[in-house]
Design a protein around this ligand. Structure first.
Ligand SMILES: CC(C)[C@H](C(=O)O)[C@@H](O)C(=O)O
Ligand code: SF4
Length: 484
């Protein structure tokens, strides 16, 4: 048999039929659902008199529109009527259709869909995972083929359990060596995007490999795969190893977990699954269409300076000077970005002062992110700087919040003047009440720095949790390698 990549293997395992032009029908194992992209899909099913084909594939939660304060007021705490309608519509739809699991607003396991999927064992190695959300690429960290789909496709998957798809090309991004202390998964993926650009992965499924990726925790790998979409690839993948299996073990919906007690009991189903999962890596001589290499030792903590994730530099750099750019298109893009961002060319990046800090989002809101940020705050032993109007920490899920509180991380944050909020997407895209005001500058651990992303006229700098925490207490960006 010819050598196959991990992507080839999962694809082959799920393809039901392929047309001559390459259009394929792909079987979908897991369908994650949130309140923004599902209402029309449910409505479409209803109008066609159809039912959800495999209810047990669906795991749902409300995340984009949920508030991060005022939970004691229940649903009345959702001030915006449109947000409230989206949340209650999801409740009604799931009540009608059923689901393998539903974590509605206020539920102890509610949270950002890409955090709760893995956390509850809904995401498993070798699965095809879809969700009406572009950051579904996150789940590829488990060696699952996971990507975002549009609302009409959400309906198609609900109706048929399949998706029309065309196979992408294979790209390997190998990050060799060892990253310096203070250089995190976020910095690695931002450096990758800085190198290949936001269109670099277009048409590919990217497998992330190499020593530096293997060294990452499963959560760190999720951070990397989360931003595959910002590199243009709909799906990112990391091969399964012992860390993956250890992470999955005992999760609520994983094989081998006793549903009644929630305890790991193992058994043949678990053993079989593990035996299969261990095959989920590219064959040693598998052919990739494109191979990209990076040296982790060369990666400096990253910070975006512009309005696209590829407008990124090491913290020891300076704001680009458009006059030094020969290409007219590039020059125009830099000028536009600097005008929007309110930045002068050649300014040292660590001299940029900030107004707000957001630690959260499906990129960086898991327990390790909370620990990373809290460790910096504790080490610096200082309060949020007076020029920072708001520094908020938004855990990715109710379970992350609970764990962080059990470890006393919330106390570290609040004692330093951070706000400790309820879980959800929050100021990642400002669909709820959390937002930047026009002209405000934010250190954000999220994944998109587009114009207006965190609020109309808001200015976003993407960084790691450690970098965001350090910026909060200094009032400007600083090189976190000085403190770790
Ligand atoms: C609302 C949703 C469709 C959107 C996405 O697809 O990614 C959002 O999660 C985002 O991050 O922009
Ligand atoms: S946290 Fe941000 S990027 Fe992630 S799903 Fe929510 S809005 Fe999208």
């Amino acid at each position: 048999m010819t050598a196959r990549t991990l992507y080839d293997k999962i694809w082959d395992e799920h393809v039901v039929h392929t047309e001559e032009d390459g259009t394929a029908i792909l079987y979908i194992d897991r369908h994650l659902v949130h309140e923004v992209t599902s209402p029309q899909a449910f409505e479409g099913l209803r109008e066609a008199g159809r039912k959800v084909w495999r209810v047990s594939s669906i795991v749902a939660t409300a995340d984009h529109n949920t508030p991060t304060t005022g939970w004691e007021r229940g649903y009345d705490g959702i001030e915006d009527p449109i947000s409230k309608e989206q949340v209650t519509t999801l409740d009604a739809n799931i009540r009608e259709s059923g689901a393998a699991a539903f974590f509605p607003f206020l539920h102890a396991r509610q949270g950002i869909v890409h955090v709760i999927g893995p956390e509850n064992g809904a995401t498993l190695p070798g699965m095809t995972v879809v969700c009406g959300d572009s950051h579904t690429s996150t789940h590829g960290a488990f060696g699952a083929l996971a990507h975002g789909i549009g609302t009409s496709e959400v309906e198609h998957v609900m109706a048929t359990q399949t998706l029309l798809a065309k196979k992408a090309k294979n790209m390997l991004i190998r990050v060799n060596g060892r990253a310096a202390p203070g250089v995190t998964a976020k910095d690695i993926v931002l450096a990758i995007i800085g190198q290949i650009g936001t269109a670099g992965g277009t048409g590919y499924t990217i497998e992330f490999a190499g020593d530096a990726i293997r060294r990452l925790s499963v959560e760190g790998r999720m951070t990397v795969c989360n931003m595959a979409i910002e590199a243009g690839a709909r799906a990112g993948l990391v091969a399964v190893d012992d860390k993956t299996i250890e992470y999955v073990k005992g999760r609520l919906l994983a094989p081998g977990t006793d549903q009644a007690s929630g305890q790991f009991i193992g058994g043949p189903e678990w053993d079989q699954a593990v035996a299969y999962w261990k095959t989920l890596h590219s064959d040693p001589d598998a052919k990739f269409d494109t191979v990209v290499e990076l040296d982790a030792a060369q990666i400096v903590p990253q910070i975006t300076w512009g309005t696209s994730p590829e407008m990124v530099l090491g913290i020891d750099g300076r704001v680009p000077d458009p006059d030094k750019e020969k290409d007219a298109n590039q020059r125009g893009a830099i000028e536009r970005a600097l005008t929007y961002m309110g930045l002068e060319p050649n300014k040292a990046l660590n001299d940029i002062t900030i107004d707000k800090v957001f630690i959260g989002s499906c990129t960086n809101s898991r327990i390790e992110d909370m620990r990373e940020a809290a460790a910096v705050v504790k080490k610096l032993g200082r309060k949020v700087a007076p020029n920072v109007k708001l520094a908020m920490v938004v855990p990715g899920s109710g379970l992350v919040k609970k764990q962080a509180e059990a470890e006393g991380l919330d106390k570290i944050f609040t004692a330093a003047g951070f706000e400790w909020r309820e879980p959800g997407c929050s100021m990642c895209l400002a669909m709820n009440a959390d937002r930047l005001e026009p002209g405000e500058r934010c250190a954000s651990t999220s994944n998109r720095n587009f114009e207006g992303r965190q609020g109309n006229g808001g200015r976003t700098h993407l960084v790691s949790p450690a970098m965001a925490a350090a910026a909060a207490v200094h009032g400007h960006f600083v090189d976190v390698r000085r403190f770790v």
